[in-house]
Design a protein around this ligand. Structure first.
Ligand SMILES: Nc1ncnc2c1ncn2[C@@H]1O[C@H](COP(=O)(O)OP(=O)(O)OP(=O)(O)O)[C@@H](O)[C@H]1O
Length: 328
């Protein structure tokens, strides 16, 4: 049986002045799932997450966390959630341990300071003043605060920005460990590799609309795979099997296909039968990064076609049509 922890339906957020940053977003997150919200700068990620955190009331639609309205029932919802904001804003004259203790005072059933600092890899830095921490270490401290109350739901807004590769890997391992213990995680990130590594499902926001969502594999499957190779000298690309739509630049060939296995099979059979060696043969599915960039480009192009001077993408086609079945 599923246990829906976050449920968002037709969510809208308009700001004073009339700008609508979130335009009818719907998705749900099950207990123990990691859901990533992706989008370019200004896509509406933070505006959405703030509504889930109960920091503001939506101007339209509905959000439920544990079946409760996080804005009107903030007192019930907040103690069960952990929030890692983009800017923690700690008093910088305190040490790391003092900062944790200060926060513990306003957190019910807080983890002991040494435990939470060990969790985020700051155990050895507890006596250091916050002002002396590196950017990545501050993000770890932000994460420590979010974990202090053993939350059932963790909101992570760009958690690894500023971290070095090791810090990022450590944080990913920790987030996976938390998921294994049943924590539900809603993550926003600019790092597509991070979403690919962590997310069970993800949603791509563009100008306030959720244009695509699904598992990372489902999202990348909406984009063509690519086969690349170099033909031998004197072998024209026109000799390739007709079914393969190849773009050739000299001897370098690139085939874009929605049927990777079938086309790769046909290519290899042809190469075998004709005795042609395909130098540097490389066949791969689209990466999440490619899918993300193409979706943003398609949407911009579609908006241009529909003449939406205000940037709206109402009715703008192809990417929206590929929305996955589990988007609600
Ligand atoms: N208080 C506000 N008043 C008016 N407009 C706002 C306000 N806060 C955000 N916006 C606008 O709403 C849009 C979405 O902003 P938001 O911060 O949610 O995007 P984001 O996807 O989180 O971006 P980023 O990746 O840069 O953090 C932007 O165009 C932003 O300028």
């Amino acid at each position: 049986m599923t246990d829906t922890v976050i449920d968002v339906e037709g969510l809208r957020r308009g700001y004073a002045g009339g700008f609508e940053a979130v335009r009818g977003v719907s998705f749900s997150v099950e207990r123990g799932e990691i859901f990533a919200l992706l989008g370019t700068n200004g896509a509406g990620k933070t505006s959405t997450v703030e509504l889930l955190e109960g920091l503001a009331a939506p101007t339209g639609g509905r959000v439920r966390v544990f079946g409760l309205d996080p804005y009107t029932r903030r007192a019930d919802v907040r103690p069960r959630t952990g929030v890692m904001l983009q800017e923690g804003g700690f008093p910088s004259d305190l040490t790391v341990a003092e900062t944790v203790r200060m926060w513990s005072g306003v957190t019910s059933a807080a983890r002991p300071a040494p435990e939470v600092l060990e969790l985020v890899g700051l155990g050895a830095r507890s006596a250091v003043r916050v002002t002396q921490l590196s950017g990545g270490e501050r993000r770890r401290l932000d994460l420590a605060m979010a974990l202090l109350g053993r939350p059932e739901v963790l909101f992570l807004d760009e958690p690894t920005t500023g971290m070095d590769p090791e810090g990022r890997r450590d944080t990913w391992a920790l987030v996976r460990e938390l998921r294994a213990q049943g924590t539900t995680v809603l993550l926003t990130t600019h790092y597509l590799e991070e979403a690919e590594e962590l997310a069970d499902r993800l949603g791509i926001l563009h100008e306030g609309e959720l244009v695509l969502s699904g598992t990372p594999a489902e999202v990348t499957a909406t984009r063509p795979a690519r086969i690349r190779f170099t033909l031998p000298e004197g072998m024209p690309a026109g000799r390739l099997p007709l079914a393969l739509h190849a773009a050739a630049h000299g001897r370098q060939v690139e085939i874009r296909t929605g049927r990777l296995q079938a086309d790769l099979g046909a290519l290899l059979r042809w190469a075998h039968d004709t005795g042609v060696e395909l130098a540097g043969l490389d066949a791969r599915s689209a990466s999440l990064e490619e899918a993300f960039l193409e979706i943003a480009r398609d949407r911009r192009r579609a908006a241009g076609r529909s003449g939406g001077a205000d940037g709206t993408t109402e009715g703008a086609g192809d990417a929206a049509d590929t929305t996955m079945a589990r988007t609600r």
